[in-house]
Design a protein around this ligand. Structure first.
Ligand SMILES: [Ca+2]
Length: 534
């Protein structure tokens, strides 16, 4: 049901960072997200869409329609050695911005890049050199929300802009995105545009605006055990989760809520995390209003998703490491020392703090799944996916259960816009797109997706119809029937050795074709380098 006006739709791709599967309201969460809920109510929610387990590889795959190892981002943006692991978006891939720019689209980006090895000096792997005509945002993977490192406009460092009163990075991302829409309408309103909005919220550190934290006060006071049960109940009512699937156990590293010490601090952590999402949602509302004001909301495909599952990483007191790695400032803008680490005697949220929300709340964020960011179990790779496109999608508020993965976004954009995916660019051969268009799925038809594959630091998964093969490196393959047990509680590997062998052989062929380097080899390289460096 494509728009019959013949006008090519705009595409606004909104990605956020380290958010769990069930945090936002329209996926069962208690976090307040009226703007996302409204998009979902007029659009579609996918229940089995997958990212690639971590920041950089997900961004690389989303931007290019390839698997991360094909793009040079085998792990993160460090140089991990072999081809495919250089930490820089390579020349064998094209970004959506490059493809659509060549097709006459204007291209804009606001937010976090995190697919370039050099975060200080502009390189070929920076957004302005990878197809984005206008760029505002950060090159590095994380940092202060009040004073972000590597803040850049085009290729120019603009960290000084954060010195302005009331600066908060999430707002800056939203406002720059809204300004791109407004400027576009004024200067080239007749042309279509592509905009990539990449929020850092709610990635650590726990930094939020106090008014948003106050608005979240009391919402999580019943604790993680009760909230997990409540979320599951709502997800079942919404049809996102099948009632026959068992809720996973609380992560055994964490106590029952009734036994948890420092309850005030624990609640504060989750409230700040919720406030980070809340602020992003408010910004998405402003972007939608800018589209409305420009008269283009009707024929704009808006896509929203998260780059990986909830994050259970613990932020320690390693000030020097964070500051040297440029992931943080050692001091606030007014000269106070930043207090690093998840210290229950320090209330998080302000610029002078640097904390994460911890395992138990990440466990809540991923209700009803297990494991987290980094892993390829459902808690690591399942993401909300909302699509909103009134001109092209007749259904409103419906769910789509067909599995899909990040490479499908490029395929969808190509299908939608008629843009040509080049076989060669600037003399470099480009890997063919790995995704399948979601347009048939928008109309509730199958897109014959085939088998999905995932790898991150040796953790790996294969999704083939109802079956999922998954392993935690260096563990053995596990096998789950996703129709009967999407929460991965009942490992059938011993019952189905033939299926495991066949799916594992498919994985090996995929890994070989896409340049996945075995984890043992990467670890050897790291070891050799450490020795060399003394
Ligand atoms: Ca992330």
């Amino acid at each position: 049901m494509k728009d019959t006006s013949g006008k090519r739709p705009n595409v606004v791709l909104i990605l956020n960072d380290d958010m769990g599967f069930s945090d936002i309201g329209c996926y069962g969460g208690e976090v307040r997200t009226p703007n996302l809920d409204r998009l979902a109510g007029r659009g579609l929610r996918f229940t089995q869409f997958y990212n690639t387990a971590r920041c950089s590889p997900s961004r690389a795959s989303l931007l290019t329609g390839l698997h991360p190892h094909q793009t040079g981002i085998g792990i993160l943006t460090g140089d991990d050695g072999p081809e495919g692991y250089r930490g820089n978006l390579n020349k064998r891939c094209v970004t959506i911005a490059e493809v659509l720019g060549r097709a006459g689209y204007a291209t804009y980006m606001s937010g976090k890049w995190h697919v370039a090895n050099d975060v200080i000096n502009p390189t070929d792997a920076w957004p302005a050199q990878r197809g984005f005509q206008r760029f505002y945002g950060t090159i590095i993977g994380a940092g202060s929300y009040f004073d972000p490192n590597t803040l850049t406009r085009g290729n120019e460092n603009v960290e000084g802009e954060a010195r302005a009163d009331g600066f908060y990075y999430t707002d800056a991302i939203s406002d720059n995105a809204a300004a791109f829409v407004k400027d576009h309408a004024a200067a080239k309103g007749g042309e279509p545009f592509f905009m990539y909005v990449a929020y850092t919220a709610p990635h650590w550190p726990l930094h939020a605006m106090e008014e948003d934290v106050a608005a979240c006060a009391g919402r999580v006071a019943s604790g993680w055990d009760e909230l997990r049960r409540e979320r599951l109940k709502r997800m079942v009512e919404m049809g996102i989760i099948d009632p026959s699937w068992t809720l996973t156990e609380r992560d055994p590293r964490e106590p029952a809520w009734r036994d948890a010490p420092h309850k005030d601090w624990q609640c504060r952590r989750m409230e700040v995390y919720a406030a980070q999402i809340d602020r992003m949602d408010q910004g998405i509302g402003r972007i939608v209003r800018a589209l409305e004001a420009a008269g283009v909301l009707h024929n704009t495909l808006i896509i929203f998703l998260s780059d990986n599952g909830a994050c259970a990483e613990i932020v320690g007191k390693h000030k020097a490491g964070f500051v040297a790695g440029r992931l943080a400032r050692g001091q606030t803008r007014d000269g106070r020392d930043v207090r690093f680490g998840n210290d229950p005697h320090v209330s998080p949220g302000g610029e002078e703090t640097y904390q994460s929300y911890g395992i138990a709340w990440a466990n809540l964020s991923n209700t009803p799944f297990r494991l987290y960011k980094h892993w390829t179990h459902e808690g690591g790779i399942a993401t909300p996916l909302i699509v909103h496109w009134p001109a092209g999608i007749a259904a409103a508020g419906e769910l789509r259960h067909q599995p899909g993965q990040l490479t499908d976004i490029m395929a969808t954009v190509l299908d939608l816009t008629g843009a040509e995916y080049p076989a060669e660019l600037n003399g470099n051969e480009i890997c063919p797109c790995e995704g399948a268009s979601l347009l048939p799925v928008f109309d509730n038809r199958s897109n014959d997706r085939g088998v999905l594959y995932f790898e991150h630091e040796g953790n790996a998964a294969v999704r083939d119809g109802r079956w999922k093969l998954v392993r935690n490196y260096p563990g053995d393959w596990e096998l789950y029937d996703m129709e009967a047990d999407r929460t991965e509680m009942n490992n059938l590997a011993d019952d189905e050795p033939k299926r495991v062998r066949e799916m594992a052989a498919g994985y090996d062929a995929w890994a070989d074709r896409c340049g996945v380097v075995p984890r043992e080899k990467i670890l050897e390289i790291h070891k050799r380098r450490r020795k060399k460096g003394g």
